[in-house]
Design a protein around this ligand. Structure first.
Ligand code: SF4
Length: 226
């Protein structure tokens, strides 16, 4: 008998602070283009220079696992993406991910890799967003996480400059990532162009995959309502 089941004790359901849950098109990773339910958790331990989700640092409401799952199911999508903020700041996220996998969802996790991914369910596709120098959060990646990779783990680097590009290439080379994993290079929106990054990848003979943040194009003010 657990403490929570003991007579006279009431079990307290674990709660997760959630910033938003919404249905959209996956704009990144190898799941790009799939209708996906995004679960954005509240709080982040980093402050990247280009962060476009600052609103997730503090705002949110405490929801139970059951409430979150009910909301996810209401959209009828197959894909669920846990994002933030930094989802791994709340330990209750681990059983939620497992429960979603048990229910048959295709689950992905976007994390900076600054917290341990060891407890992540192996059925979850983890996308490690390794922070480059110009993000302002370089050296936040927990190298120990390289011991807990799955075949389907993906690496993402947001490139803000030439320095970032070279740094990312070195990181991949040093840890043998390009041969063994999907490695995605994204141009930092508004800082370097897609074309600049494409040319850089070709010129340097990199085998990283160019990734455009599809959602930024779909939902940009220029295309909205067209
Ligand atoms: S890790 Fe993500 S949410 Fe956190 S500051 Fe960086 S870009 Fe923003």
């Amino acid at each position: 008998m657990t403490l929570a089941e003991a007579p006279g004790k009431t079990s307290v359901e674990p709660m997760i602070k959630i910033n938003e849950i919404f249905h959209s098109i996956q704009g990144e990773t190898s799941y790009v283009g799939y209708p996906t339910v995004f679960v954005r958790t509240t709080a982040c331990n980093l402050r990247c220079t280009y962060c476009d989700t600052k609103y997730s640092y503090y705002d949110g409401e405490l929801l139970s696992q059951e409430d979150i799952i009910t909301k996810i199911q209401s959209f009828g999508a197959q894909y669920v993406c846990l994002t933030g903020g930094e989802p791994l700041l709340q330990k209750e996220i681990f059983p939620l991910m497992s429960q979603l996998c048990d229910l048959g969802f295709i689950v992905s996790l976007e994390t900076s890799g600054s917290k341990s991914i060891a407890p992540v369910d192996s059925r979850v596709k983890t996308i490690l967003d390794v922070k480059t120098p110009d993000s302002g959060a370089a050296d936040s990646f927990l190298l120990e996480n390289l011991q807990h990779l799955q075949k389907h783990t993906e690496f993402k680097f947001v490139i803000c400059s030439e320095k970032d590009f070279d740094w990312s290439e070195n990181f991949c080379r040093q840890h043998d990532l390009l041969k063994n994993f999907t490695v995605l290079y994204s141009p930092s929106y508004g800082q370097v162009s897609e074309r600049w990054l494409a040319e850089k990848i070709l010129k340097k003979n990199s085998t990283a995959r160019l990734q455009l943040q599809l959602h930024k194009y779909i939902w940009s003010p220029e295309t909205r309502g067209v």
